[in-house]
Design a protein around this ligand. Structure first.
Ligand SMILES: Cc1cc2nc3c(=O)[nH]c(=O)nc-3n(C[C@H](O)[C@H](O)[C@H](O)COP(=O)(O)OP(=O)(O)OC[C@H]3O[C@@H](n4cnc5c(N)ncnc54)[C@H](O)[C@@H]3O)c2cc1C
Length: 360
């Protein structure tokens, strides 16, 4: 029987494994560093104090025939078709690479030692435990994760002075209407915004900007983007500048056709544009990859992967949100939904994403 090994059990990996177990005549092994599925898109909520429901992977794969291995992938050897999981070798016929991403410190001094990202569960938990005792928090990064973290922290901790430091205005990729709403919400929550600022280094109790200005900061949240695991590059699998695996139209590595890549780890081009790292792109990739692998196992050729953007959904605390309609290339349209309705839409999408990976 064909051996399919899926590495990473986030939104993409868990989805691929569960769909493959249903569709393909194959032995499916799922490898993940932690025993639980993490609803990563709720980590800013967790950092602000909300408990995150733990979803054991053992439960998610029960009755599916999937073999679950909890351990960290240390290396991949495409020549022998074997991965090293904490010293244990696991062979594969087909490998699905779904290792996601982590916070990117961009090599800025002091970030690794002194800043707190919200990209992983342990980091978000550390933040949750520390924030209540602090007076000033600085969020570095004005994109979606920074906006979600800032509004959530400000709403849950009204006495906290929340400051955002960003090179561009928060949500600069959104429509005028959306940015106006964002401005109103930031004002309501008392979030101070410093734009046109670049961080040169992070100290334990301050942030130093490139113009040498030093801003006192009890705690600094790092939200300037994500980077992927170096394992694929180290294994000689062809990767883009970002480290994401370069794939063909069927999400197979262009250098190693027995390796598929999905989610944040995959550099998927649609109309010459690389899909952004998002749960919204990860799950459709995973659904597709499972179908493509099953189709090939039947000796047929799958149709190419297709994707189009519809909206960007941003939480602004628990009572407000922004649903930005976008065109097929992720460019904002003028239509936005705001307020409680948007918050409800976002919550529905977050629930749906978890349900799709865990239950469907
Ligand atoms: C706070 C926050 C809010 C977000 N909000 C949104 C949103 O609203 N909408 C949206 O579309 N996206 C959002 N994102 C982005 C989204 O979370 C990611 O794009 C998505 O999780 C990618 O899915 P994935 O399966 O590729 O990776 P992940 O969900 O990161 O899963 C990767 C898995 O691989 C495991 N792993 C990693 N390395 C190893 C290893 N060496 N060995 C074994 N296992 C390993 C990890 O433990 C993890 O379980 C948000 C991200 C954050 C941090």
């Amino acid at each position: 029987m064909t051996n399919i090994v899926v590495i990473g059990a986030g939104y993409a990996g868990l989805t691929v494994a569960r769909r493959l177990a249903r569709r393909a005549t194959a032995h499916v092994t799922l490898v993940n560093a932690a025993p639980d599925f993490v609803e990563r898109i709720r980590l800013h909520q967790h950092a602000a104090g909300e408990d995150l429901r733990v979803r054991p992977l053992a439960e998610a794969v029960r009755g599916t025939g999937i073999e679950l291995v909890v351990g960290r992938v240390r290396a991949i050897d495409p020549a022998t078709k074997e991965i090293d999981v904490d010293g244990r070798g696991i062979g594969y016929d087909t490998l699905v690479y779904a290792l996601g991403s982590v916070s990117d410190d961009h090599g800025i001094p002091g970030v690794a030692e002194n800043a707190y990202p919200v990209a992983g569960l342990a980091e978000a938990t550390r933040l949750r435990d520390l924030v209540p005792a602090k007076a000033t928090v600085t969020i570095v990064g004005g994109s979606l994760t920074g906006i979600e973290a800032a509004t959530e922290l400000a709403e849950q901790h009204p006495d906290l002075h929340v400051r955002m430091v960003a090179g561009h205005a928060p949500g600069s990729g959104l429509s005028v209407k959306a940015r106006r709403h964002l401005g109103r919400v930031f004002d309501r929550l008392g979030i101070e915004v410093r734009t046109g600022a670049r961080v040169a280094k992070v100290l334990a109790d301050s942030v130093v900007l490139t113009d040498s200005e030093e801003l006192a900061s009890d705690i600094t949240v790092w939200a300037t983007g994500f980077r992927v695991s170096p394992l694929a590059t180290q294994a000689g699998v062809r990767t883009a500048h970002s480290g994401r695996i370069v794939v063909d139209a069927t999400l197979r590595s262009v250098s190693h056709p027995d390796i598929y890549a999905v989610g944040d780890s995959a550099a998927v081009q649609i109309d010459g544009q690389e899909l952004r790292m998002a749960c919204a792109t990860a799950e459709p990739m995973a659904e597709y990859a499972a179908r493509a692998i099953a189709t090939r196992l039947r000796g047929e050729e799958p149709k190419p992967f297709s994707y189009r953007y519809f909206l960007q959904c941003i939480s602004l605390g628990r009572k407000d949100g922004l649903v930005q309609l976008v065109d097929a290339h992720d460019r904002p349209k003028e239509t936005v939904i705001t307020g409680r309705v948007a918050a409800l839409v976002k919550e529905g999408i977050v629930r749906g994403a978890g349900w799709s990976a865990l239950r469907r």
